[in-house]
Each structure stands twice: as C-alpha cells, then as structure tokens.
Design a protein around this ligand. Structure first.
Ligand code: MRU
Length: 363
C-alpha cells in the first residue's frame, strides 16, 4: 500500500503530492511547524489525510516539548492545536482530529498522568487515528462495492484515494474493492483544475494498481455522460452537513448536476469523521480560497494575462438532492439524510464511538 504518511524514527514522513507523478519524493517533518507547513502547502492533502497529519504533527510537537510541568505542557499543546487548525478551513476531518487529541489530553491530565504519560497517550492515539482511517476506508470500500455493477464505467473527480487518506482511499477505495471482487471496472478521472489532483494523483494511483484509467479534462464529463460512457459517479467529501449537503473539490457540484440530468447515480464515499452534524446545511461551510497562481499558471508557464482578476475557490457544495447515497464505514445513508446520517453517527456513539461528534471550536 502507498505510504501516504507514516512515523519514521523521530519524524513524520509523507510523500510530496505536489511532485507526483513526475517524482516520488518524501518530505520528513521533524517538528509540528513543519507538519503544519506541509498541510498548508499541499505536500499532503485530502480530508482524512490532513486529519491524520494534524494528529501526528501535534503528537510530534509534544514529543519535542521541553516542558516539565503539566501547565506549561498544556499551554504548548493548545498552541499546536491552534497552529494545525489554521492550516486549511474546509475539511472537517482536520478539526475532528484536533478535537480528538484535545480529549485525549484532557482525560490524561484529569486522570493525573505525568507529562511523559500524556506524551505517550497522544502519540498512541495519533497512530490509532492513522490505522482506523485505513480500516474505515476498507469497510467503506466493501459497502460501496455492492453498488458497483459488473462492468462499470466510473467517473470520479479530484483524488479521494490512498493519497487523500492514510491508505486505500474513500471513492477510490470503493473502486479498488469492486476491482478486488473481480468486477471489470474502468475509471474516467476528471483532471480537476486547477491543482490537477485527478490527472496527477488519481491516475497515478490507479495505473499503479492496474485499474483501467482514462483521464479527461473537466469539460469533457458532460459529453461522456451523454454518449453513455458513464455508469456511475463516485467522489469523496471534505465536509458533509447534517442535511446531506456535501463540500468537495471545486467542480463536484457541476458533475452532480450533470449526473442527475443523465440519470446516472452519484455516490459520495466518506468516513464518519467527515460528517459534521453541527453544521445544519452547506451554506455555512467555509470554502477555502487558494492562491491565484494555481489558476494563472501551470508550472512555470503563465496562462492568463496580467490584469485579469482571478477567483480560486478550492471547494463547492453539492446539495443533498443530487446525491444518490452516502457511503460510510458504518453503512450506506440515503435521503432523508438528516435522519440517516444522524442515525449512523449516533449508532456509533451508543456502541462507544465517543469520537464521532466532539464539541469544539471550528470554522
Ligand atoms: O484540496 P484538496 O486536494 O485537499 O481537496 C481534496 C478533495 O476535495 C477530496 O475529494 C476530498 O478531500 C476527499 S478525500 C478522501
């Protein structure tokens, strides 16, 4: 499996996703600040992956702390949580992971643990978040594969693969699981302007796995659907509101509307850590605006004239009414989503899954 992110000796190591597919270079972060920079600058990206990175970054930072008393240790911990929370605003998995680390800290401190014991607990939980993410992706894949017909031609947008998670992927996990069941799937990967996660990352992962992959530019999706070349769409998510509205990579909304116009099922695959029951609908999900340069340039080449204004919202919101089903590691939710999503999340809480919905401050 692809090593998206892992602990190696005293560092958190991640594959540099900005450099793929041209080169496979690994970035070794030795401090929490370096991890935060890696998230901000897209060395690592994808909602679940940045949650895992934030947890590991906090644990790494606390491992390096020189504090001897719990009070100073707690102040440093709080600062690191704020540092991570300021990296990217849309994917709720990042805030979910920070809240979970806060809970581990609070429980350990209240239980009278020493600084060293708190440190160990934070690191153990960061490792657990990583491993649980891979396990969720595999379970989600198994649920999702049931929805994939025998010789499906599947369109996906952005990269919701092993690179966007701790491993295996959400949308690509569904595709991988279907392929592992022996289904002859073929994938149409939207290139996903402006950062090209589809052309660079999704295609790279799927080709490596030997899955039939065709890259198309984003404006080809409509025609492909009209010509009957798409049986279903599956994408990931950065945040799912209580009513089922889904924030995901810019362009997802257009694909969903197209899928509805052509009567093609449109699935979203995401772990429960992406579901944000505290956000009632998509209208209040913060949408990250990224650097103009992602739009004005491809590599060193300028595409647009100086003086043209640029917009670069990195995400959009797909209204729940366009979504056929939401695939999670606890089952498949269908409309009405305000009921089915709450039921899935709360089922976990009853079973002791206390991490599902943490209260906390987040955008
Ligand atoms: O800006 P990015 O590359 O972090 O955006 C990623 C996406 O929008 C993914 O589709 C989403 O995070 C789901 S990843 C399993």
């Amino acid at each position: 499996m692809l090593p998206t992110i892992e602990w190696k000796d005293d560092a958190v190591v991640m594959i540099d996703q900005r450099k793929l597919p041209a080169s496979e270079i690994y970035v070794s972060c030795k401090t929490a600040q370096e991890v935060a920079r890696a998230i901000k600058t897209m060395v690592i990206r994808g909602a679940p992956a940045i949650g895992v990175a934030a947890a590991m970054g906090i644990a790494l930072g606390m491992r390096r702390s020189k504090a001897t008393g719990t009070k100073q240790f707690a102040t440093e911990f709080q600062k690191l949580c704020e540092l991570m929370a300021a990296t990217r605003p849309t994917a709720v998995n990042l805030f979910w992971a920070i809240e979970r680390m806060k809970r581990v800290f609070a429980e350990a401190a209240q239980g009278g643990c020493s600084v060293e014991e708190i440190r160990q607990r934070l690191e153990a939980d960061a490792r657990r978040i990583h491993d649980e993410d891979v396990a969720s992706c595999r379970t989600m894949g198994a649920f999702g594969a049931e929805l994939v017909p025998e010789q499906a031609r599947i369109l996906t947008h952005c990269n919701a693969g092993a690179l966007a998670t701790a491993g295996y992927g959400t949308a690509l996990g569904v595709i991988r699981a279907a392929a592992e069941q022996g289904k002859k799937v073929a994938v149409l990967a939207d290139e996903t302007r402006p950062f090209l996660q589809g052309a660079r990352l999704t295609a790279w992962e799927l080709v490596k796995d030997g899955i039939d992959t065709t890259v198309i530019t984003d404006n080809m999706a409509a025609s492909m659907m009209r010509l009957g070349n798409v049986d279903l769409v599956v994408v990931g998510a950065d945040r799912i509101a209580a009513n089922g509205d889904v924030a995901n990579k810019i362009g997802t909304y257009g694909v969903a509307v197209l899928a509805r116009a052509h009567e093609i099922p449109f699935y979203v695959a995401a772990p429960l850590s992406t579901i944000d029951l505290q956000t009632p609908d998509g209208s209040t999900i913060p949408i990250e605006e990224r650097n103009d340069r992602e739009v004005t340039h491809v590599g060193a080449n300028r595409l647009t004239p100086e003086g043209a204004r640029i917009r670069n919202p990195a995400f959009d919101v797909t209204p729940a009414k366009y979504i056929t089903a939401i695939i999670t590691e606890r089952g498949v939710a269908r409309a009405p989503y305000h009921e089915s999503l709450a039921e899935l999340v709360n089922r976990g809480q009853e079973a002791g899954g206390r991490w599902q919905q943490e209260a906390g401050t987040r955008p």
